[in-house]
Design a protein. Structure first.
Length: 95
């Protein structure tokens, strides 16, 4: 065990937290699992690996700004439920 029940109770006391006996056992087990996993990660050979500031590569997500021709009126209004000339017709919303 990397961490004891007494250490969990001590840290809980410092943080002004109160745990029942079962909660203390549960947190002791969970924290122990985390610390054992961290120990396993420390065993991995990282020689020659450059440090990262984030896990995923950051790249510009914007596309080049190019002017393209617009859709013709008939095509843009093809699925309109109601239209008037070259416009969408919508119900009046101002009372």
């Amino acid at each position: 065990m990397k961490i004891t029940k007494e250490e969990v109770e001590y840290v809980a006391h410092l943080a002004r937290l109160e745990f029942s006996g079962t909660e203390t056992e549960k947190f002791t087990s969970q924290l122990n699992d985390i610390l054992l996993y961290m120990e396993k990660l420390n065993q991995v050979n990282t020689d020659g690996v450059e440090p990262l500031t984030r896990a995923a590569a950051l790249s510009n997500a914007f596309r080049e700004d190019r002017a393209l021709p617009s859709l013709p009126h008939d095509l843009s209004l093809a699925n309109a439920p109601d239209r008037k000339a070259n416009s969408f017709r919508v119900p009046k919303v101002i009372e």
